[in-house]
Design a protein around this ligand. Structure first.
Ligand SMILES: [Zn+2]
Length: 254
């Protein structure tokens, strides 16, 4: 069974043929996908999708790109969403991004509010991180959500060691299959097996074999294939480990 722990089926690029994408998923070996949202509109769609399809779980968040649009009274709205649905298993994606056109102080305020929410409801915090190291680890430690996943891990192995030493999970995406992704490949080789997860981040980050096209959750198998070869492990064994890790990382008992 394959699990895509981070995808965006709520994204507008899936709005026209989502049922076909979902059908392909049903017929594939993909067992579960965690649908990640980046703003209020997407969070609403994500909730809807998780109600429509048993294998879709919802992750509710506000990406740093949208931090300027965030109204803090919305936290109450998000509380309502969480209470309304057992399919919400995570808060994210949330985090910090050096490329966001939003002042860092504002990104930080929004990030902290959602980390608090994750902690309050014992939900996994799914982190988007571009360009930060100790700063982001300090903020997460300060709030202390119960479980943390660094999504689309794209930094070096030294940072990976710091992240996993805190007990956080690291999730690799399709960019690990790119030929020039030396640092990411090295990080994956160094990742402890019990902290490893895989994702597509679809529709983004299509793996090498469909590079430039729209990505879909079924391509999570390309990420697994790459990691199995880097770590010289059997794919069946790796899939089993990844499934166990998914259950632990998201406290999923189904
Ligand atoms: Zn994402």
């Amino acid at each position: 069974m394959l699990i895509d722990v981070h995808t965006h089926l709520n994204n507008v690029r899936f709005s026209r043929d989502l049922s076909a994408v979902a059908e392909r998923l049903k017929e594939s070996e993909v067992f579960a996908v965690v649908d990640s949202s980046t703003n209020l509109e997407e969070s609403k769609i994500s909730l809807e999708l998780s109600h429509r399809y048993p294998f879709i779980f919802s992750s509710l968040g506000f990406h740093p790109f949208y931090a300027a649009d965030f109204d803090f009274s919305l936290i109450e709205t998000y509380r309502g969403f969480i209470k309304s649905s057992p399919k919400v298993i995570a808060i994210g994606e949330i985090g910090l991004d050096v490329k966001a056109a939003v002042p860092l102080a504002r990104q930080m305020d929004v990030f902290k509010s959602f980390l608090q929410l994750a902690k309050e409801f014992n939900l996994t915090a799914v982190i988007h991180n571009r360009g930060f190291k100790d700063t982001i680890l300090d903020v997460i430690s300060e709030i202390g959500p119960q479980r943390v996943v660094f999504h689309c891990f794209s930094q070096d192995k030294e940072f990976l060691e710091k992240v996993t030493a805190k007990g956080y999970f690291v999730s690799f995406a399709g960019n690990i299959t790119f030929k020039n992704a030396i640092l990411i490949k090295e990080a994956a080789m160094a990742a402890p097996l019990d902290k490893l997860l895989v994702e597509t981040d679809a529709p983004f980050l299509a793996p090498q074999i469909i590079r430039g096209k729209r990505n879909e959750p079924v391509y999570v198998k390309e990420v697994i294939k790459e990691i199995a070869s880097l770590k010289k492990t059997e794919r069946d064994y790796l899939e089993k480990v990844l499934e166990d890790n998914f259950r632990k990382a998201f406290a999923y008992e189904g």
